[in-house]
Design a protein around this ligand. Structure first.
Ligand code: SF4
Length: 435
């Protein structure tokens, strides 16, 4: 009988994508996936350093895994985004600790414990591994890893290191194979996709001196290919949102009319403290240009409330910006310091929890209003949705603008594009019937 593995994946899409490559490694050496951690012989954690809650969940799990270890052999491994401080504490609780970029060393580690395991054929980097995609119709393709921006609140540059771009040919091959297999939605992934290829001028990067396309060139290339698929990308940084990128987005074709552009704050002073490299005026000017080029585009953002020293006035500037932009979606987070980051070292976390909560509530109310206004524009129109699954007996999917669309229909349509006539809209989605 094959040994079984269970993966505990926390955090962002990049971690989920990394987990798909981890599955490839484990299955190549003879493991079989299980959805039950109590049945697993190997448990791998792909951790997230963005929020303390992820660490708390890991500590909660360690206790139950230790109980299993008392009864039978179980190997546990920690990888993903882990801060140095957390690594120091957690190394006593895991059998194996590996940086995600070193994940190809896992078979060697496992073979030390189980000589029966099969051989593993390594690739040049872990991103070159062929992933075991979770979905049969939508896939995330990492184009780079790491980040050079060093936003003061963020742990990513410390956990994932500097930006390293994947060779373009490798990305093209992965995307081509997905299109040939009939995948309907492909999302290019990176912490800051806009700076793809910039590491060719960075002496620290293995890509130093190589010829790589820019991100707009990479997008333009894939967007010009034949096939029945949508193309998306996350995440963009406002500082690197170039005219060339906006021009390519305006080609539309496979590129969906959706942009996630994190603003984080509407106060220049807070943006400076966050080391975000742009001002509110720059952000608004970029958005204006995007909307001129693609009037039907849907815009979403990330906002942190209660960042160190955020005054009532500075928060009011964020609320004003939200009203002005009229976001179609916003992911609002209450600031919590991550040990090891510049903000945690330099600034006190001095906005009381109840004020953070209140500010989050105020922004959510603004979002509800602006998102509803955007969604109402769809009423009476026909929109195309990629059906992702079912919920409460109805089909649920996303349209090109990344709006959730719910409608009655047969389960056979999961994974297909369907035209839907919109009859009703809420702040969080669209309802309709097959056109
Ligand atoms: S751009 Fe800033 S927030 Fe995003 S990954 Fe890089 S450092 Fe973190």
């Amino acid at each position: 009988m094959k040994p079984k593995y269970f993966l505990f994946v926390l955090g962002c899409q990049m971690n989920k994508s990394d987990a798909e490559r981890l599955e490839t490694i484990l299955e190549q050496i003879g493991y079989e996936k299980t959805s039950r951690e109590d049945k697993a012989d190997f448990i791998g954690v792909v951790s997230c350093a963005v929020r303390q809650s992820a660490m708390d969940r890991i500590y909660g799990k360690i206790r139950s895994w230790n109980l299993i270890k008392e009864k039978r052999p179980l190997i546990t491994m920690l990888t993903g985004c882990v801060l140095k401080k957390d690594k120091e504490k957690l190394k006593y609780h895991f059998d194996i600790l590996l940086d995600i970029k070193d994940i190809q060393k896992l078979p060697e580690e496992l073979k030390k414990r189980n000589a029966q395991l099969g051989d593993f054929i390594p690739t040049t980097s872990y991103l070159s591994l062929k992933p075991k995609y979770e979905s049969k119709f939508k896939a995330y393709v990492p184009i780079m890893t790491g980040c050079n921006k060093f936003c003061t609140y963020c742990a990513v540059p410390y956990t994932r290191g500097f930006e390293i771009s994947r060779p373009a040919e490798e990305i093209y091959q992965e995307v081509k194979e997905l299109i040939d297999q009939g995948y309907k939605e492909i999302t290019l992934l990176g912490q800051n996709v806009n700076s793809y290829g910039n590491d060719t001028i960075d002496k620290r990067s293995p890509n130093y001196g190589k010829k790589l396309p820019t991100f707009p060139e990479l997008l333009h290339e894939i967007n010009s290919w034949p096939g029945d698929f949508w193309l998306r990308f996350i995440t963009s940084h406002p500082y690197d949102m170039s005219d060339e990128l906006i021009e390519v987005m305006a080609e539309r074709n496979h590129l969906a009319e959706y942009l996630h552009l994190p603003v984080q704050s509407g106060s220049d002073e807070i943006l400076r403290k966050m080391n975000r490299y742009y001002t509110v005026d720059h952000y608004l000017e970029r958005l204006e240009k995007v909307r001129q080029a693609i009037p039907e585009i849907s815009i979403s953002t990330d906002i942190i409330v209660g960042f160190c020293g955020e005054t009532e006035q500075q928060f009011a500037e964020t609320a004003k910006l939200m009203e002005k932009v009229g976001y179609d979606m916003a992911y609002i987070a209450r600031y919590s310091p991550r040990p090891g980051t510049a903000a945690a070292r330099a600034f006190p976390d001095d906005v009381p929890a109840e004020i953070k909560k209140e500010r989050e509530k105020i922004l959510t109310e603004i979002l509800k209003k602006t998102a509803l206004a955007f969604n109402k524009k769809f009423i009476g129109q026909t929109t195309e949705a990629l059906v992702e699954g079912t919920k409460k007996g109805k089909l649920i999917g996303k349209n090109r603008q990344f709006k959730t669309v719910t409608f009655p229909g047969s389960k056979e349509l999961v994974g297909q594009f369907v035209k839907v006539k919109i009859t009703d809209a809420t702040a969080w989605g669209l309802n309709g019937e097959i056109a």
